[in-house]
Design a protein around this ligand. Structure first.
Ligand code: FPP
Length: 239
């Protein structure tokens, strides 16, 4: 770990919206898919680095429920990359004891990719290092809708009374059920929005946006986000 961080408070849970692959490639006169390839390489490197900083949970937004609207060519290129980089990352993640979990609706993916996703989770299930949530075909509204449906079904089956429903009953039905909410959400690529990422969990997350495009976001950029996070005064609605 970089000595910049040694005296700082390290957030338990960090979320990252990895944006800017397309622009990174365009600036270099290359197709957007090349930007995704460099983005995927960065995904591997930065995950390994973050796992050594003391972060306990890292949630990376790789593909949203809305990303299917992109041209078919780009979606296909992304699916190929997911497959390739998951295979390649397996060794790294084993070496770093990273526990990998996928959040989102995996049923929409090609069966071979679903098989790889299931296998990746299975081989990593007893690891004790950082938990890596990879959000794929993930959308927070869809996640909340699933939680609502699950609660409605429990009410219908008389397992819970409407008046007894708490916020915890909602949180526990999200993909991240049982995990602490993200302390810090980083977005690369310069936009200042959540884009349907962890809308429920982000109620009191600190938001950090950087103009750096995802393929260029390195360990030093992550350290800068942690330094900035340490300057924030989190009040959770109090004074
Ligand atoms: C946003 O950049 C990025 C994505 C939609 C894909 C993110 C995926 C990766 C970084 C690969 C991760 C790999 C694995 C194995 C999980 P954009 O295309 O919206 O860029 P732009 O805003 O410049 O157009």
């Amino acid at each position: 770990m970089n000595e910049n961080l040694s005296k700082l408070y390290i957030p338990k849970h960090v979320g990252i919206i990895m944006d800017g692959n397309g622009r990174w490639a365009k600036k270099r006169g290359m197709p957007r898919s090349v930007g995704h390839k460099y983005g995927a390489e960065n995904f591997r490197k930065i995950t390994r680095y973050i796992s050594k900083t003391g972060v306990k949970i890292l949630t990376l937004y790789a593909f949203s429920t809305e990303n299917w609207k992109r041209p078919m060519e780009e979606v296909n290129a992304l699916m190929k990359l997911f497959y390739q980089y998951l295979v390649d990352s397996l060794t790294d993640f084993r070496e770093d004891d990273i526990k990998v979990v996928f959040i989102g609706d995996r049923s929409a993916f090609n069966p071979k990719l679903v098989e790889l996703i299931n296998e990746t989770e299975e081989v990593a299930k007893d690891r004790k290092g950082m938990l890596l949530n990879i959000a794929m075909n993930y959308g927070a509204r869809d996640e909340i809708l699933r939680a609502v449906k699950s609660l409605c079904s429990d009410v219908k089956d008389n397992k819970i009374n409407i008046d007894d429903i708490t916020c915890d009953d909602i949180s526990s039905r999200l993909y991240t059920g049982g995990e602490p909410d993200p302390d810090l959400i980083i977005r690369t690529g310069g936009e200042n929005r959540l884009s349907n990422f962890m809308l429920y969990q982000a109620a009191y997350s600190e938001f950090y946006s950087t103009d750096t495009l995802w393929p260029d976001f390195k360990a030093d950029d992550f350290d800068k986000a942690i330094i900035e996070f340490n300057k924030r005064n989190r009040r959770y609605g109090g004074v």
